[in-house]
Design a protein around this ligand. Structure first.
Ligand code: ADP
Length: 499
């Protein structure tokens, strides 16, 4: 029937706009390398290239008990990590939602006092022995008095907001994001704010390190990676995307303000690659990329992230699908019975469907589409019904949806390969015969759950000049388990040694 022909044509037209050829990959890698270098030279460039003051990665022999906390978006996580010194660890963990009145308030102490209280509750519950001995010994309850040096926990503070880092345990908040609004805290050192509240409670805790989640991922992966190869890059492909890698300090031309350990000649750099090519020198821009950006809260910003990460992919697909539905000649999600639709019922879109709502399509359904290889696409059609309230989608509808979703995800994976490939080249280890493996730690729902995401990354890596099949075989991309908790603990350990 004509309808299905028209839908197939329309689908190819949309899919072709997400094509990202090998030549595109290579052009992007060159531009990524250029922007990497620029960011090492001066401030205010598109890649922030933030020095983290962490000057080495672990090798798996690290030992000890450390605390880590993570203030991300909605929850506050506290955990203690026992590093066993043999690449393994044991993790104890608690998680509480952050009350709204702590997120939007006029006093920073409202939030940080809440965080300190959670740390106290965690210590009482899980480390009561160490906690109580100090409490019994001391007369006043303040400033870690009463605790012996070895009883004090070193804490790594994962703080996923923009900060200007000044030392391994010092960083000033630049601005709040993700719904937080506490003007009093802006411009202040968030480690000091937390330490003040911890000291008011007299806890045996020293805020030893301020941690970005990508750096945590790199550290955690390096600790657990087997085969003695330390990792060179930690990368997140979740709600957002970003990476941190090991750079030679001699390549960091801009001034590093605070003190750091110079003996290793290296420092981990937080790339902030979500903002790669905000100027759109090279990045592809389909009509749907443009629409997403125009309707976002931050137009013109995080342009690389807007083409890669979980928060945005579903929205790109949604915008493309809605456009296809507007085409009168096609039958997508319309009240039309197609001849090959053996479910022989009519399609309808429920009132609760997110199809016509901004952010109404969760990226998770793209994983369902990619995983469904049945001829009937039954699980995808089921998910369209259950999650999208599109009732009785035809096989052709599901095929069109799957094709568009795959095209968007494939472009995202190939763009991810641009960042990974460029950094692999930047390290200079690809041609070094003494480096057998170039290890990369990754974390985030997209890379963990989207089927074949890593395979698509590898396919693109093989097409990069200077990497090829041989180089791609050397690059080992593995998931960093519990990256945030373990990574922050490891950075606290590094910081404690510098003390
Ligand atoms: P965060 O980055 O906030 O720590 P995650 O790594 O879990 O959290 O990423 C959450 C993002 O991943 C959301 O944007 C969500 O839409 C997307 N996501 C969740 N599940 C899946 C899935 N199965 N496949 C692809 N994307 C997913």
């Amino acid at each position: 029937p004509l309808n299905n022909m028209a839908l197939a044509d329309e689908t190819s037209r949309v899919v072709s706009q997400f094509e990202f050829t090998d030549a595109d990959v290579n052009r992007h890698v060159q531009e990524f390398l250029r922007q990497l270098s620029e960011g090492l030279e001066k401030d205010g460039t598109s890649l922030s290239q933030i020095p983290t003051y962490v000057t080495g990665v672990p090798n798996g022999t690290e030992k000890g008990l450390y605390l880590s906390v993570d203030l991300g978006g909605t929850n506050f996580r506290v955990c203690s990590v026992a590093l066993n010194g043999d690449t393994t660890f044991n993790l104890t963990y608690s998680k509480v939602p952050i009350p709204k009145e702590c997120m939007v308030t006029d006093k920073a102490s409202n939030l940080f006092a809440f965080l300190a209280k959670q740390i106290e509750a965690f210590l009482k519950e899980h480390h009561g022995d160490r906690f109580n001995s100090g409490v019994q010994r001391r007369s006043t309850r303040s400033n870690r008095q009463g605790f012996r040096e070895e009883e004090v926990f070193h804490l790594g503070f994962t703080f996923s907001f923009p900060v200007q880092q000044l030392a391994i345990n010092k960083g000033n908040l630049m601005r709040w994001t993700k719904g937080f609004d506490i003007p009093d805290a802006v411009g202040k050192d968030v480690c000091a704010l937390l330490q003040t509240e911890i000291d008011k409670l007299g806890l045996p805790v020293k805020v030893a390190a301020l941690v970005n989640d990508t750096v945590g991922t790199l550290m955690a992966r390096s600790y657990t990676a087997t085969g003695s190869q330390r990792s060179i890059l930690g990368a997140i492909f979740g709600t957002g995307t970003n990476g941190a890698y090991i750079e030679k300090t001699s390549n960091i031309k801009k001034k590093i303000e605070g003190e750091y350990d110079k003996s290793t000649g290296e420092m981990i750099i937080n790339v902030e690659w979500g903002s790669f090519d905000n100027q759109l020198n090279v990045l592809p821009s389909t009509p749907w990329d443009k629409a997403l950006d125009a309707e976002s809260v931050n137009p013109g910003i995080q342009m690389f992230e807007k083409r890669i990460s979980g928060m945005f992919l579903g929205e790109i697909v949604r915008l493309a699908i809605v456009d296809m539905m507007k085409n009168e000649d096609t039958s997508l999600f319309k009240d039309v019975n197609s001849s090959t639709n053996d479910w022989s019922t009519t399609t309808s879109i429920g009132a609760k469907s997110g199809i016509f709502t901004q952010w109404g399509l969760d990226t998770a359904i793209m994983s369902v589409a990619a995983a469904d290889s049945t001829p009937e696409l039954s699980s995808l059609r089921q998910a369209l019904e259950n999650d999208m309230h599109v009732y009785n989608p035809s096989l052709e509808d599901a095929q069109a949806f799957k094709a568009v979703a795959n095209a968007v995800a494939r472009r995202a994976a190939r763009l991810s390969a641009v960042a990974i490939g460029a950094i692999a080249i930047q390290t200079g280890k690809l041609d070094d015969p003494t480096e057998e493996v170039i290890d990369v730690g990754v974390d985030g729902s997209l890379v963990e759950h989207y089927p074949f995401f890593r395979d698509m990354i590898y396919e693109a890596l093989r097409s990069i000049d200077g990497i090829g099949t041989k180089g791609a075989d050397k690059i080992r991309i593995g998931v960093a388990k519990d990256g945030s908790g373990v990574g922050a603990a490891l950075i606290a350990l590094v910081a404690a040694k510098m003390d």
